[in-house]
Design a protein around this ligand. Structure first.
Ligand SMILES: Nc1nc2c(c(=O)[nH]1)N[C@H]1C(S)=C(S)[C@@H](COP(=O)(O)OP(=O)(O)OC[C@H]3O[C@@H](n4cnc5c(=O)[nH]c(N)nc54)[C@H](O)[C@@H]3O)O[C@H]1N2
Ligand SMILES: Nc1nc2c(c(=O)[nH]1)N[C@H]1C(S)=C(S)[C@@H](COP(=O)(O)OP(=O)(O)OC[C@H]3O[C@@H](n4cnc5c(=O)[nH]c(N)nc54)[C@H](O)[C@@H]3O)O[C@H]1N2
Ligand code: SF4
Ligand SMILES: [Mo]
Length: 708
């Protein structure tokens, strides 16, 4: 169906929008405009995935767009860093100041002393992840590696299955057995849930594997409360049971996989009894899970991002991604494995990133090390003299918060932040630049949870002097006298260039159609016919599911293994062949594990400054098991401090058996500057890497709690 964008509806006009947030659902939105102002949003009723609903975060998006705290003009700091005192300056003045400061830094120490810091505050193809890459490549700045989200499990999946989109999300209705593994779907990708609920109506069983009984676990038919970071061991136990009980699909394995015997050897010692002791699950439950998973075809697994966030997370993802081949689940519509189906989208990522503009081999810094780099703990030559932040809120979302705040406070660091609000990061900026919100700029959003491209029209004029990120970098390019064609292209031209329109997945889809209709599903088999690997054909080097990975570079296990290196974290590098279970050597000073998944009411740090959302979310809570609470004299509602050697944050204690003993639950998102103690959960998290993809270790954070 087409919306007529000029349709007058009680005096308002309706425009096509795409939710801009880093959420798998990328809802198609109708943006209602009256007198040049966004007065409301709603989900497209005709959209098969959005189905007329947005979510509790975005339902009142107009309050975010029209928020009185929005940054409307370029601002220059007038007080101490962090103090939040700014004066309005002209755009020309702000851009000239950036140019002058950068030219001086470049003359002094070279462009690598400048560090961009951007991520996915905006998921749009134009305004999102890669918007600054061409400019900073051309500048020769330090290249920031952004393994914030998904890189560990993506690498693990790639090694095992190749770059396949996996199971079509809507085809889950055909599944008989659905495992949500480390994925709090109802909160974090709620539009997939109706397809799963429909499968249940048709007889499917829904299993959730999660240390926490959260919103999704409560809706499941079976919740397996696993100890954090032990998922790889559970996967090996499933392999063990499937192999020893003869539940595997030998024909599929023989024709479409490599390394099966080695995998079975690897799994030999991971008996249900052995793994019960590791995971805290009952041996009989592990056996039952394996038997049901094999018997109920089609079976499907959707993994969440939390899986990769411990020392063996990447290997756990490899093991889990391999399970469907063992039981022949890929044979069926509704069977297989889903992580992020981005591989289905024919995007010219190279044209968005422009690696060819790099003047020389770059210096690369992983942004997990931002605190160490800015505070001088990570020796860098040249050191970081200027930080440019956009689409990112490192003072909330990056680990080692104490070091980040120390670094941001450096008087000799020239910091520029492009933002919607004066976030904790922006308060430390020398210059704050106003950025447009989604109804104020053009974009197309490529989702990571379904197969619809979604168009986002510019529905209203920018608030104040806000500019789209694309325009920001065009202005900076002019200031730096970069005349490459990509810095002159309009947003529309950039969109045209960004897709491989001749690709069969885009048959019948062009920008005009997206503009007219608002969204389009890729021209791929529909959900009822989606079984891309029924006859194998995996996009790996061997064309098979690789239990023995051809891509096991850098000393990684050829056959995935269970690792639980709780105290020493290798740098993602050479790991010896030691697949033994290493007993957790928990520091007795910090016996609890804090998990910080996503809040139901925020999107990462977005909305944690919007009154309506805060009213729902309340302040930072710290959920602990009554046994752990009693041992510390903590009562429900008490103020507590959560601490380790890296730092501390505060919250209100909630006593609940929804968490396992020794597990502590809080959420990401609250702004430290608005929290008692001035810190959030990332004050206690580490900047070390997991085993693959330099993923973070959020699920492997040891702490102690005390009553305040
Ligand atoms: N409401 C809301 N939705 C969001 C976001 C948001 O901030 N708010 N953020 C978006 C983004 S950027 C992302 S990446 C996704 C992430 O969404 P998800 O993939 O769902 O990830 P998380 O919410 O981090 O964690 C999911 C679950 O994993 C569990 N978990 C933690 N550690 C482990 C473990 O070691 N093993 C197992 N089995 N489970 C574990 C947690 O208890 C939690 O219930 O959500 C997106 N959607
Ligand atoms: N402890 C812990 N830490 C985590 C996680 C966790 O689960 N636990 N999750 C991690 C994950 S999965 C992710 S994805 C990251 C998210 O990390 P970030 O990407 O830093 O998170 P956001 O809160 O989305 O911050 C984005 C900022 O971009 C701004 N922004 C939005 N749109 C635009 C725009 O168009 N232009 C400009 N200039 N700015 C814009 C927003 O106002 C917001 O302040 O956090 C990671 N950190
Ligand atoms: S945050 Fe996610 S669920 Fe909510 S409107 Fe945006 S895309 Fe939809
Ligand atoms: Mo994420």
């Amino acid at each position: 169906m087409t919306i007529d964008q000029n349709v007058v509806e009680d005096g308002s006009r309706v425009f096509h929008g795409a939710c801009p947030h880093d959420c798998p659902d990328t809802c198609a939105v109708e943006v209602k405009v009256r007198d040049g102002r966004v007065v409301g949003v709603r989900g497209r009723h005709d959209h098969p995935f959005t189905d007329g609903r947005l979510c509790v975060k975005v339902n009142h998006f107009e309050e975010r767009v029209n928020h009185p705290d929005r940054v409307l003009y370029p601002l220059r700091r007038t007080g101490p860093k962090g103090g939040g005192q700014f004066e309005r300056v002209a755009w020309s003045e702000a851009i000239a100041e950036i140019g002058n400061r950068w030219r001086a830094i470049i003359a002094d120490q070279g462009a690598q002393a400048i560090l961009p810091c951007g991520y996915l505050g905006n998921l749009g193809l134009l305004q999102g992840l890669n918007v600054g890459d061409p400019f900073f490549n051309r500048l020769g700045a330090t290249v920031s590696e952004r393994s914030f989200c998904g890189s560990g499990a993506t690498t693990g999946t790639l090694m095992t299955l190749g770059a396949t989109p996996g199971t079509e999300p809507e085809s889950f209705v055909h599944s008989r057995y659905i495992i949500l593994w480390a994925c709090n779907l109802i909160s974090t990708g709620g539009h997939h849930w109706p397809f799963i609920a429909e499968a249940r109506r048709r007889g499917a069983k829904i299993v959730v594997i999660d240390p926490v009984r959260g919103r999704t676990a409560r809706q499941a038919d079976w919740h397996l409360p696993i100890r954090p970071g032990t998922d790889g061991a559970l996967a090996l136990a499933l392999v063990n049971v499937l192999a020893t009980e003869g539940l595997v699909d030998r024909d599929y394995i023989d024709r479409h996989s490599t390394g099966f015997e080695a995998l079975v050897t690897r799994a030999a010692k991971y008996t249900p009894e052995h793994v019960a002791a590791i995971t805290g699950l009952a041996a009989d439950d592990i056996r039952c899970l394996a038997r049901e998973y094999a018997a109920a075809q089609p079976s499907v697994i959707r993994i969440g991002v939390a899986l990769e966030r411990h020392p063996g997370g990447g290997n756990a993802a490899r093991l889990i991604a391999g399970l469907p081949a063992l039981v022949g689940a890929w044979r069926h519509v509704g069977g297989g494995f889903l992580y992020m189906p981005i591989a289905a989208f024919p995007v010219h990522w190279d044209r968005l990133m422009r690696p060819e503009l790099l003047p020389a081999p770059p210096r690369v810094l992983n942004l997990w090390k931002l605190g160490a780099a800015l505070s001088g703990r990570l020796p860098l030559d040249p050191p970081i003299r200027s930080l440019f932040v956009y689409n990112c809120n490192p003072a909330v979302t990056l680990p080692r918060q104490d070091w980040i705040m120390e670094g941001l406070a450096r008087d000799d660091l020239f910091t520029v932040v492009s933002e919607h609000f004066l976030t904790d990061t922006a308060r430390y900026a020398d210059l704050v630049l106003p950025a447009t919100m989604q109804p104020e700029h053009l974009d197309v959003v490529v989702p990571w949870g379904h197969l619809y491209l979604t168009y986002n029209a510019r529905a209203v004029a920018a608030a104040g002097e806000a500019v789209p990120n694309t325009e920001l970098f065009r202005r900076l390019a002019r200031e730096m006298e970069f005349d490459d064609a990509c810095f002159r292209a309009t947003d529309r031209e950039l969109l045209e260039q960004s897709f491989d329109w001749s690709h069969p997945a885009l048959a019948d889809i062009d920008l005009e159609r997206l503009e007219r209709e608002g969204y389009a599903r890729l021209a791929l088999p529909d959900a009822a016919h989606w079984a891309p690997h029924a006859e194998g054909g995996f996009p790996t080097p061997s064309g098979r599911v690789e239990f023995a990975a051809s891509l096991a570079a850098d000393g990684n296990f050829v056959v995935p293994a269970y690792r639980q290196g709780l105290t020493t974290h290798q740098d993602g590098a050479a790991v010896a062949e030691v697949p033994e279970f290493i007993p957790p050597c928990v520091d007795p000073a910090y016996p609890l594990t804090v998990l910080s998944p996503k809040s139901h009411f925020f999107i990462n740090s977005n909305f944690a400054n919007v009154a309506r959302q805060l009213a729902h979310a309340g302040e930072q809570t710290v959920t602990i098991h009554p046994i752990d609470a009693a041992a510390r004299g903590v009562g429900d509602g008490d103020r507590v401090e959560v601490r380790n050697a890296r730092g501390a944050f505060q919250g209100t204690a909630r006593l609940s058996e929804d968490v396992l003993p020794s597990v502590v639950l809080t959420v990401l998102g609250h702004w430290p500057g608005r929290s008692a103690g001035g810190r959030g959960v990332n004050a206690v998290t580490d900047d070390a890497y997991a085993d693959l993809g330099r993923a973070p270790l959020f699920s492997d954070t040891r702490v102690e709690i005390r009553r305040l």
